[in-house]
Design a binder for this molecule. Structure first.
Ligand SMILES: *[C@@H]1O[C@H](CO)[C@@H](O)[C@H](O)[C@H]1NC(C)=O
Ligand SMILES: *[C@@H]1O[C@H](CO)[C@@H](O)[C@H](O)[C@H]1NC(C)=O
Ligand SMILES: *[C@@H]1O[C@H](CO)[C@@H](O)[C@H](O)[C@H]1NC(C)=O
Ligand SMILES: *[C@@H]1O[C@H](CO)[C@@H](O)[C@H](O)[C@H]1NC(C)=O
Ligand SMILES: *[C@@H]1O[C@H](CO)[C@@H](O)[C@H](O)[C@H]1NC(C)=O
Ligand SMILES: *[C@@H]1O[C@H](CO)[C@@H](O)[C@H](O)[C@H]1NC(C)=O
Length: 300
């Protein structure tokens, strides 16, 4: 019986012990749960945006920024954000300076009196416009004084060579001509050539044919001309060549013709005057004869 009591006592102790242990662990557990700190996720602030992938001014590209987790959440803290990387469109913004043409030729000096001065200008312009705040000059025009320079004459170009002509009527050497003109006069001491005609030898391959002369019409008959004291005299008529005979050509025609003519009155020579009611002329002093044909020395 004694051992039974002992056993019962041990059992009671055991139960008490187990209860105590249980009690204690619950207590510990309760204490531990109360001490677990809530930790929210924490991330760094965003980095700076990276430089734009496009560097040319105005060209589209992209850039990104990122952040990273510094503390992971625990004990029910807020979770971490899912976007740790961001990107966006951007435009290249590298400065571009303008690019300029070279200076133009100086403008012609204005038409001013020889020896006086005037302004002439030269300009340049943008070939490429500056971008993104790039630099450009503000000087697009410059001027300088000019003196009106000597101006030489201007000449036309030489004319075509004339057809080969010459003095020969047989095949052989001939001459050709070419002309040019002064189209603008020289000024302010400018110079000019004096050569406006040039010639060159040429060879005529064609023998020119003989050319007959050609004649004008006969002229009107002239006055009835008398050389002695007679009622009859001679009248003449002429014609001339309109085309000369050449190579060698002939001209077997007369250029003069004449015929007799009769007048009703005698001629008066040596200043004598015809008087109707007398036969013959009234002579000035010293002359005699019907027609005053006798000179003071007795000869006509
Ligand atoms: C965790 O985040 C919540 C909700 O934003 C907030 O109420 C709490 O105060 C934060 N806890 C700590 C320790 O920052
Ligand atoms: C400007 O133009 C010249 C000639 O076209 C070229 O050589 C030069 O590289 C250009 N400069 C710039 C800045 O574009
Ligand atoms: C040759 O031609 C030129 C121009 O056509 C002319 O002036 C000149 O008289 C001619 N000479 C001869 C010999 O025919
Ligand atoms: C020269 O001027 C004259 C008259 O103005 C013209 O007929 C001729 O064609 C000109 N000659 C040339 C070679 O220009
Ligand atoms: C043309 O021929 C003549 C005679 O042979 C010569 O004297 C002259 O120099 C020649 N002229 C030219 C322009 O060749
Ligand atoms: C000349 O004679 C005519 C008649 O034959 C006559 O009428 C006339 O008066 C005369 N004249 C002179 C100047 O004599």
């Amino acid at each position: 019986m004694h051992s039974a009591k002992k056993a019962a006592a041990i059992l009671v102790l055991l139960i008490l012990f187990i209860d105590q242990v249980h009690h204690c662990s619950a207590f510990i557990r309760r204490r531990r749960r109360r001490r677990c700190p809530v930790v929210n996720c924490s991330v760094t602030s965003w980095s700076h945006w990276s430089s734009c992938s496009a560097s040319t001014c105005g060209q589209q590209g992209s850039q990104s920024r990122s952040r990273s987790i510094t503390t992971h959440p625990s004990c029910g803290g807020t979770t971490c954000p899912s976007n740790l990387q961001e990107s966006r469109l951007c435009y290249g913004s590298t400065l571009e300076n303008c690019n300029l043409s070279s200076w133009s030729e100086w403008s012609a000096c204005p038409a001013i009196p020889c020896g006086s001065s005037a302004m002439q200008t030269s300009t340049r312009h943008r070939i490429i416009t500056e971008k993104c705040g790039g630099w450009c000059t503000s000087t697009f025009r410059k001027t300088r004084m000019c003196l009106r320079p000597p101006v030489n004459c201007k000449l036309s170009s030489w004319s075509e060579w004339s057809t080969c002509n010459g003095t020969v009527c047989t095949a052989g050497r001939g001459t050709q001509f070419s002309f040019r003109n002064k189209t603008m006069k020289e000024a302010c001491g400018g110079t000019c050539t004096s050569t406006f005609l040039k010639t060159r030898n040429c060879t005529k391959s064609i023998t020119r044919k003989a050319v007959e002369c050609q004649l004008s019409l006969w002229s009107e008959w002239g006055d009835c001309k008398r050389t002695s004291c007679q009622l009859t005299g001679i009248q003449t008529s002429t014609r001339h060549k309109t085309v000369k005979e050449e190579c060698p050509g002939t001209c077997k025609y007369s250029l003069h013709q004449s015929k007799l003519c009769t007048q009703s009155q005698l001629p008066c020579f040596n200043g004598g005057m015809y008087k109707p009611n007398i036969t013959g002329c009234v002579c000035i002093q010293g002359y005699s004869g019907l027609c005053c044909e006798n000179s003071p020395q007795g000869l006509y």
